[in-house]
Design a protein around this ligand. Structure first.
Ligand SMILES: *[C@@H]1O[C@H](CO)[C@@H](O)[C@H](O)[C@H]1NC(C)=O
Ligand SMILES: *[C@@H]1O[C@H](CO)[C@@H](O)[C@H](O)[C@H]1NC(C)=O
Ligand SMILES: *[C@@H]1O[C@H](CO)[C@@H](O)[C@H](O)[C@H]1NC(C)=O
Ligand SMILES: *[C@@H]1O[C@H](CO)[C@@H](O)[C@H](O)[C@H]1NC(C)=O
Length: 323
């Protein structure tokens, strides 16, 4: 019993010390503005050796992530998040993006960790002491691109798939290879690669007891209803073509349908063997407001949708999210 107490006290002191160091980084103005108590900034780590593999951001700079080390009984647990941020579908778009932090690690600043990345045990009881990695998105192609040639006129690089591999390799060397529990997650545009690479990630972790994947808001409206625009199918056609994503799309899918259709997670998820968890709101506010149209977002909020609006919405809900 005495030994236990000593261990517990040591653990408490150890944890407090770590929390203290991090709390020095807390952004006071952020805390006051948003009323969030446990948010803290984490510096970026540049993956220098990715350069030799040509695993680079749109502008040719090396990729980056933000890593906060686990502590206590979380030291061998890892949660990795592929951050979202739409896609670039043509040269103009990608050139523009290459001058932002979504296309160049030169422009990335420290990133704020909160919510599922919080260090607070009360706020984040499941993951507070895990190793947490926020992978920055800088390829514009959802971590799927792999084109060798570079047009000297634009100097744009389409290498997202290589970035995923280079980042995971770097993390394996930093302790991920000894992970006991690990989660590969992705949000929005990068929910898709969290499904696509889920089994590959699992297979790299030989010592792990549990490996799972998490897709957060990663499903995009795809309906046959001709009255509603097929926004994402045409977008994904452009993305897959521009970024040369076909190489990484599962053959089990591309043998059955067009490559752009294999960019929808619902068309590849049935072949994933590793357990994965989906978080998707049927009322995804971005898509309800910007894609569905017919003022559905507005009538949902005002609770006065007409029967035909309700039918559009139900049709979408059934076609898209519940397969
Ligand atoms: C703190 O957060 C605010 C946003 O709430 C941001 O404008 C500011 O640049 C941040 N400060 C630092 C030092 O990162
Ligand atoms: C590139 O894509 C954007 C939308 O993402 C569009 O507004 C623009 O017209 C496109 N440019 C070209 C040259 O196709
Ligand atoms: C270029 O990016 C900026 C944001 O950095 C955006 O406001 C602007 O609309 C973009 N222009 C084009 C042509 O996409
Ligand atoms: C629904 O309510 C909103 C807000 O009160 C109003 O602007 C809109 O005109 C209403 N629509 C219908 C069809 O009644």
């Amino acid at each position: 019993m005495a030994t236990r107490s000593v261990q517990l006290v040591c653990l408490l002191i150890f944890s407090t010390a770590i929390i203290k160091t991090a709390s020095a980084k807390i952004n006071e103005s952020f805390k006051q503005e948003k009323g969030i108590d446990h948010a803290y900034f984490v510096d970026r780590s540049i993956v220098q050796n990715a350069l030799s593999k040509g695993a680079v951001c749109l502008d040719g700079s090396p990729p980056a992530y933000h890593l906060d080390r686990g502590f206590g009984h979380g030291v061998r647990n890892w949660i990795i998040l592929l951050s979202g941020g739409a896609w670039c579908r043509n040269i103009t778009d990608c050139l523009n993006r290459s001058k932002t932090d979504l296309g160049s690690s030169k422009l990335m600043t420290p990133f704020i960790f909160l919510g599922i990345f919080s260090k607070s045990k009360s706020e984040n009881p499941d993951f507070y002491n895990w190793n947490k990695v926020f992978v920055r998105y800088c390829d514009g192609g959802g971590f799927t691109g792999d084109i060798e040639s570079i047009d000297p006129a634009t100097n744009l690089h389409f290498r997202g798939a290589r970035i995923f591999d280079a980042v995971i390799e770097d993390l394996l060397a930093k302790g991920l290879k000894d992970a006991k529990n690990a989660i590969l997650s992705g949000g929005s545009a990068n929910g898709y690669p969290a499904v696509l690479y889920c089994d590959r990630f699992h297979n790299l972790l030989h010592k792990a007891h549990r490996v799972k994947c998490l897709v957060d808001a990663g499903y995009f409206i795809h309906v046959k209803n001709p009255r509603l625009a097929n926004v994402f199918e045409s977008l994904f056609r452009d993305v897959v073509t521009l970024h040369g994503s076909i190489k990484v799309l599962p053959k089990s899918c591309t043998s059955k349908m067009k490559p752009e259709l294999c960019f929808f997670p619902e068309n590849i998820q049935q072949d994933i063997k590793t357990p994965f968890f989906t978080v998707m709101s049927a009322f995804d506010s971005y898509q309800v407001d910007n894609i569905i149209g017919s003022n559905i977002g507005e009538c949902i909020r005002a609770r006065n949708c007409t029967e035909s609006q309700n039918n559009d919405f139900k049709g979408l809900y059934i076609y898209t999210w519940v397969k």
